[in-house]
Design a protein around this ligand. Sequence first.
Ligand code: SF4
Length: 295
Amino acid sequence: MEYIPAKSIVNRTKDPSWFGADYIMNIYRGCPHGCIYCDSRSDCYHNDGFDQVRVKEDALRIIRNDLAHKAKPGVVGTGSMSDPYNPFEQELLLTRRALTLLEAYGFGAAIATKSDLITRDIDVLTSIHRTMPVICKVTLTTCDGSLAAKVEPRAPSPARRLAAVEQMSRAGLFTGILMMPILPFLEDNSENIRAIVNRAADAGARFIYPAIGMTCRAGQREYFYQQLEERFPGQGLAERYRRRYGARYRCTSPRVRALWDVFEESCNRRGLLHSMGHIIAASRRGHGEEQLSLF
Ligand code: SF4
């Protein structure tokens, strides 16, 4: 394991409207899940060797120091540039120990992951949830295990992720699905959208937050197209992307309107929240909003 220096780890977020997180925390750099569409491969992040996980040196001491010097407690988001529950976390326990620090200093948590390892920390998350909001977000772009094995080759299967959602929901944690990205020409069909909503609701999820399409930047784009050609040979997918989107950043599904209707109708029928405002408000219920900076 390579260790990299860091001055601070818990920093103010630039976008507090994203699940109500006031701060952002990334203990790891790089991610081993291998998602072919990952935005973190973009040149602008200078994440060379992205598939290799590195750890910030002396992370827990830095996190403790960061938390102790924040003027106000708030919700700490993690999981935006790497998965906090990568396989190394099983032994290193850094995410778990960071969560215990959040609890000790009175902070909440908003976690995004593709790993069912998060269920190991249900006890700590439940303790935090007694005083501050906790949002558990599990990413799911398809329920089809064989498709997921191609587009998210080293991440836990959709079935394992849904089982994790069920376990956390049963434990009383505010848990839902990040349904993003929905890849154009691969995952943007009504069967997939309905399956995700129904399986999420069956597992006890409270919300689904969607992106019916993907974003693409230099570096990420070339890798994605190369992977499409290798993993879906003879289907001309990379060429379809090139023709439709060129160098565009937002690659919205051509079927977005119809799929949005399917998504909304399915969520309403199954009682799942899907707007950011409602999700944040529900996560804060019972937590004395006066303590928290409102979006
Ligand atoms: S889990 Fe997230 S950070 Fe890791 S490779 Fe996949 S998209 Fe990238």
